[in-house]
Write a protein that binds this ligand. Structure first.
Ligand code: MSP
Length: 518
């Protein structure tokens, strides 16, 4: 048997400095949709997420709560895992940077780079932003503050280990130039190229001012600075540096590192240079998505405007929340979150278009045929256009997903429902039903719409994985894994004699007047 092609996709590993909000949920849901889509199209997928647990900020947060860092992160990380289960995330592994398998890999890389002369010790003075855990040179500060988050920085001086990033700048730039799809979208790619051209400095990669981290193997006074520690998760989780590295050999290099725009630089410059220096293959692609913003600005605990995904799941259901997130953020750009927009999306796309098409079709099939649909007759009138759209949609969705344009891919699926609703207007089954001679045509029309719904259900499943098991019974089908496979997307797959059922609406319309309640 031919081996399946592999596909390795990762999310960033999240800081357990606080509970996760809807913005973080976006990253993981988007990666999950890509992972599920690839599985559906026949790939052997490995999907990784995890937690980034070391560093001064975490150490301080734990102290403030009077807890040990370990007890503190354990509790928050359990919350992450609960959230991912609630969001139906299909990750194959969860890496914690406090695990032994991770520590071993990080120390191995550090030692290797040191042995070959790419890491050296020097005294360092710089402007440090504690929240971002980043050193800045004077020149990069904006009005004397951190250029990333705008908060005050402090002048620190210490002995540190440095990584000779500058040595690899030209090779890195060349790699980006020669691999146009390495960084998506193109706007981020351009930003990164100018960043390298403006000159790369060597990177401070150890600290002595806190302990909560992985010690430098040959100088344990130092702990390894967060980014080297964090980025290595993508290979430590595959067993790199351990006794069994079969996953590493199978899945590395990663096909996609999905990250927010704020950390594209770490993933497209620092991480590949570390790998380059260590003689390891570079990831194939880094996708930088936009941010989910609030009208009142960035979501932050201190502003008290954090949106808790668990609350929304409770209120609207996990599929609707996933749908909203995936549909709302255009590829690479920012989007604004509001509950009004969420309710509008659910009502418009899911209740009016998608859910309503199910309702109408099942209701008519029951009214005219007791639910039972036979094989369709020859296409006529508007059939050809509907069939053409339905049959070309899987290819279109696949192409969009391969370009990582998730929102457009989701829209292409919902468009099927929109088109089929229009088809019902064009063919007017209620009029056909009045003429006994047109029963055959009436059956064909309803079959065509039911078959469109079957396609739409299969295609929407990576985005709303809970939907198919609710939708199949309406189409007279019983949930089976082979129902939602790529191979099932052949016109005519809905068996003749299937009995459509009337059921509760898949997505009940939400009364906007109830907003803010609950
Ligand atoms: N620990 C680092 C990542 C290390 S990866 C080797 C980190 N953690 S984080 O918890 O601060 O952020 C994780 C991800 O969540 C980032 O990709 C970030 O862009 C994303 N988001 C945080 N807030 C967000 C929004 N409001 N909207 C969309 N994504 C957001 O950075």
């Amino acid at each position: 048997m031919q081996e399946k092609k592999t596909f390795y996709i990762t999310t960033p590993i999240y800081y357990p400095s606080d509970n996760l909000h809807i913005g973080h949920a976006y990253t993981t849901v988007a990666a999950d949709a890509m992972a599920r889509f690839k599985r559906m199209t026949g790939y052997d997928v490995w999907f990784l997420t995890g937690s980034d647990e070391h560093g001064q900020k975490i150490e301080r947060s734990a102290q403030e709560k009077g807890q040990s860092p370990r007890a503190y992160v354990d509790k928050i990380v359990a919350g992450f895992q609960h959230l991912w289960r609630s969001l139906n995330i299909s990750n194959d592994d969860f890496i914690r940077t406090t695990e032994e398998r991770h520590k071993r890999a990080v120390q191995k890389i550090f030692q290797k780079l040191y042995n070959q002369g790419d890491i050296y010790k020097a005294s360092y003075e710089g402007w440090y932003c504690t929240p971002c855990e980043t050193f800045w040179t004077e020149g990069r500060l904006v009005d004397g503050n951190c250029p990333d988050c705008g908060r005050p920085v402090e002048l620190l001086r210490e002995e540190s280990y440095f990584f000779k990033m500058s040595k690899y700048a030209d090779r890195m730039l060349k790699y980006i130039e020669e691999n146009p799809d390495f960084i998506l979208p193109a706007s981020r790619r351009n930003e990164m190229m100018s960043f390298i051209k403006s000159g790369l400095e060597d990177l401070c990669i150890s600290r002595t001012t806190f302990d909560w981290g992985i010690p430098v193997p040959f100088d344990p006074k130092h702990v390894i600075y967060v980014w080297v520690d964090a980025l290595t998760n993508y290979i430590s989780a595959l067993g790199y540096g351990g006794e069994d590295d079969s996953l590493y050999r199978k899945y590395w290099p990663a096909d996609v590192h999905l990250v927010g725009k704020d950390i594209v630089r770490f993933h497209t410059i620092i991480w590949p240079i570390i790998l380059m220096a260590a003689g390891l293959p570079l990831p194939k692609q880094v996708v930088g998505h936009g941010w989910l913003l609030l009208e009142s600005g960035k979501m932050s605990k201190s502003k008290g405007n954090v949106v808790d995904p668990l609350v929304l799941i409770d209120k609207y259901g996990v599929d609707a929340i996933r749908y909203y997130l995936l549909r709302e953020l255009p590829f690479g750009a920012d989007g604004y979150y509001s509950e009004e927009a969420l309710v509008h999306r659910i009502n418009q796309d899911l209740a009016n278009d998608f859910g309503n098409l199910f309702n109408r079709t099942c209701a008519m099939a029951n009214k005219y045929f007791g639910g039972r649909l036979e094989a369709p007759g020859e296409p006529e009138g508007p059939d050809a256009e509907l069939l053409e759209l339905v049959q070309s949609t899987p290819g279109k969705v696949e192409e969009l997903m391969n370009r990582r344009e998730i929102s457009n891919a989701v829209a292409a699926v919902i468009r099927l429902a929109g088109r089929a609703n229009k088809y019902l207007e064009e063919t007017a089954p209620w009029a056909l039903a009045k003429d006994p001679a047109k029963r055959g045509r009436l059956n064909t029309v309803l079959y065509n719409v039911a078959e469109t719904l079957r396609f739409a259900t299969v295609l929407i499943s990576p985005f709303m994985p809970g939907l198919p098991e609710r939708a199949w019974p309406l189409l007279g089908l019983e949930e089976r894994p082979d129902l939602h496979t790529w191979e099932s997307l052949r016109w005519g797959g809905l068996p003749a004699g299937t009995v459509l059922k009337k059921g509760k609406p898949l997505f009940p319309r939400i009364d906007p007047a109830t907003l803010g309640e609950g």
